[in-house]
Design a protein around this ligand. Structure first.
Ligand code: NAD
Length: 312
């Protein structure tokens, strides 16, 4: 298949591109490099540096393409609180641009990387796709609006669309931006540096940590699965882990004693978050393969920032 991956130089995009190339697909990547790194992409990939709102570029990149994986986005929740207009421009406007260009060129299917963040605080856990969304940040709103856009205009323009609500993905190579470091690489770095792990609240807030290879499997399968048009599908591990449990796992994976520092009175975001993955099992033949213990072991051995050099 000829495919375009937007945001293909980012954390998830790069892993997806490698898998697609291994599977023999012809892959094009569009990324503006605001966060991505193209140097780690396979050589066979055709890379274009540019913005998802650049329609003329999209028209030419989409010639002959059968499926678009749309991952390009601004991804920081705190940053989105400060700059919602920019998040709207890229995450919503950029998605509409992709859809317009797909309509103009006649591309068949879009796989959209949405987010578990759209659920917000739900008392019923694990969360399934039927629950009313409760977005708590401009980032979450932008993902939800984009979901509605792709589904609605997809139906109007005869483009098949499927949105995957990805939960907390982690794995080797995850970026560590200063303003919004993801919790797993941040805690590993702090543990290895014998620093304190700042925990907002009592550490009982939960998340669903899903290993990058499992997310990639779901994305790949969504491109060809039948009966997924206009669906939204959760992609998580299906396992609920609280922050205290995560810290214990990180202690084991790093062979160190983590030092949590509990900070009272600070918002810890939503209190519980776990994906019901029944629909993904049914529609995408999805089954997570790598759970936290093994996933963290792989991060420690495969991520060069954390791997210990072999002794002479
Ligand atoms: P990332 O920041 O590593 O990747 C996003 C990529 O998009 C970057 O390479 C960036 O340069 C590119 N980009 C940003 N704005 C662009 C623009 N205007 N035009 C072209 N390219 C642009 O983030 P990620 O973790 O790999 O996330 C990929 C996608 O998956 C995003 O849509 C994100 O919302 C979604 N997602 C990720 C997670 C997760 O846990 N990583 C969870 C839920 C959803």
């Amino acid at each position: 298949m000829q495919v375009l991956v937007t945001g293909g130089a980012g954390f998830l995009g790069r892993a997806l591109v490698w898998r697609l190339v291994e599977l023999g697909h012809d892959v094009r990547v569009l990324d503006d490099l605001s966060a991505g790194d193209p140097s780690r992409l396979p050589e066979t990939v055709s890379f274009s540096r540019g913005d998802v709102n650049d329609l003329p570029r999209l028209w030419s990149l989409l010639q002959g393409v059968e499926c678009v994986y749309h991952l390009a986005a601004r991804v920081s929740v705190p940053e989105s609180v400060r700059y919602p207009r920019e998040y709207n421009d890229t995450n919503v406007g950029g998605t509409v641009s992709i859809m317009e260009a797909m309509r103009d060129v006649g591309v068949q299917r879009l796989v959209f990387a949405s987010s578990g963040a759209i659920y917000g605080n739900q008392t019923l856990q694990p969360v399934n796709e039927i629950l009313p969304p409760d977005p708590r940040s401009p980032y979450a709103v932008s993902k939800l609006a984009a979901e509605y856009y792709v589904r609605t205009v997809g139906r109007l323009w005869d483009v098949e669309t499927v949105s995957l609500r990805i939960f907390n993905a982690y794995g080797p190579g995850q970026q560590l931006p200063v303003v919004h470091p993801p919790v797993i690489p941040q805690f590993i770095r702090q543990t290895l540096g014998h620093g304190s792990l700042v925990v907002h609240g009592n550490g009982r807030q939960t998340r669903d940590f899903v290993y990058i290879d499992d997310v990639v499997s779901a994305l790949v399968s969504a491109a060809t699965a039948p009966d997924v048009d206009r669906r939204v599908i959760n992609v998580g591990s299906g396992v609920e882990t609280d922050v205290n449990g995560l810290i214990k796992h990180i202690g084991q994976a790093t062979d160190q004693e983590p030092q949590p520092l509990y900070v009272a009175g600070q918002s810890s975001g939503v209190s519980r978050m776990c994906a019901d993955i029944t629909l993904a099992r049914e529609l995408l033949d999805y089954e997570p393969q790598v759970f936290l213990e093994e996933g963290l072991r792989r991060v420690m051995t495969e991520d060069e920032r954390f791997a210990t050099p072999a002794e002479e």
